[in-house]
Write a protein that binds this ligand. Structure first.
Ligand SMILES: [Fe+2]
Length: 305
């Protein structure tokens, strides 16, 4: 279903856009210490939040949308004015500052920058994040002992063909709709993800892993990525249980377009994400005009931070 945008969109007040514009130049660069934003930068960014009532209101609204266990576990922050007013470089830094108020910026892929560009590539498997086809529902880095707590996608250029809507679905409610028998199969350590290499800040490889780890949503994950189903034996009851979960997720999924400057943030403890196919005839669209997203991850901070 297409969801009323007012329920999950978070506009930035002009005063906050102005404040970030004034401060962004002098704040330290978003450099990393290992896989995480270094402490000094995080502390400097947090001082901006501490001095701004508008920032605190935005943060509270985002946390309510993202972390309420009965909510949908996602939000779309409207950061277009940051990119529009300050350009892509300083605008990206301002978006990093904003996100650092929700969690600690994390770069799990050793070979990628903190903000990982996801362009549109006609040569890769259409189901991949940079492909042109249906990207089925999943959490990112599913086969890690500590997947990123939040996954975020910033739309720098939407699909010129007007398609490629984002998909999200609430995991915990989908699990609740399964039978007890299906949940028992999903709790067994028999599931496998993609290759696991050149990753930092996400714990160790979890192989094989259970879809259900039995932990509450504040700590645990529902480790689900629909792509894992293609390698599984059709006659195995674990496969049937995982397919039942996918059906429940799709039945209640929400879809919406991301426009320029829309920053989709997903709490991976509660919510899967995916993408509908991009529009046809992408080969007629020059590469520099095709859809472009920037991806970033966050590690949750303590409840009081
Ligand atoms: Fe993803």
């Amino acid at each position: 279903m297409t969801t009323a945008p007012s329920t999950f969109r978070v506009p930035l007040p002009d005063t906050l856009v102005d404040l970030l514009g004034k401060r962004v130049i002098d704040l330290p660069a978003a450099e990393l210490d290992g896989a995480l934003l270094r402490d000094e930068a995080g502390a400097a960014y947090d001082r901006v939040r501490a001095e701004s009532p508008e920032a605190q209101i935005v943060v509270r609204r985002c946390r309510d949308l993202l972390n309420d266990p009965d909510g949908d576990g996602f939000a779309v922050l409207e950061v277009g004015p940051l990119l529009d007013h300050y350009g892509l470089v300083d605008g990206q830094k301002a978006a990093t500052i904003l996100l650092s108020w929700l969690g600690r910026p994390l770069r799990p892929f050793d070979k990628e920058p903190l903000w990982r560009p996801l362009g549109t590539n006609l040569a890769v498997d259409p189901m991949r994040a940079t492909g042109v086809g249906y990207n089925p529902l999943h959490i990112d880095v599913v086969n890690a002992t500590e997947p990123p707590d939040y996954s975020a996608l910033l739309c720098v250029r939407s699909d010129p063909r007007g398609e490629g809507y984002s998909l999200v679905s609430q995991l915990r409610r989908a699990v609740d709709r399964l039978s007890e028998g299906e949940r028992a199969f999903l709790a067994e350590e028999v599931f496998h993800g993609d290759a696991f290499s050149d990753l930092t800040g996400v714990g160790k490889e979890y192989a094989p892993f259970p879809v259900l780890d039995g932990l509450p949503a504040s700590e645990g994950f529902v480790r689900f990525a629909a792509t894992m189903l293609s390698d599984m034996n059709l006659h195995d009851p674990h496969t049937s249980a995982a397919r039942a979960l996918e059906r429940e997720l799709i039945a209640e999924q929400k879809k919406f377009p991301l426009g320029f400057g829309d920053l989709l943030v997903v709490n991976q403890h509660l919510c899967v994400h995916g993408r509908e196919p991009l529009g046809g005839r992408q080969e007629e669209v020059p590469e520099e005009r095709r859809r472009l997203l920037w991806q970033i991850f966050l590690r949750a901070m303590g409840a009081d931070s």
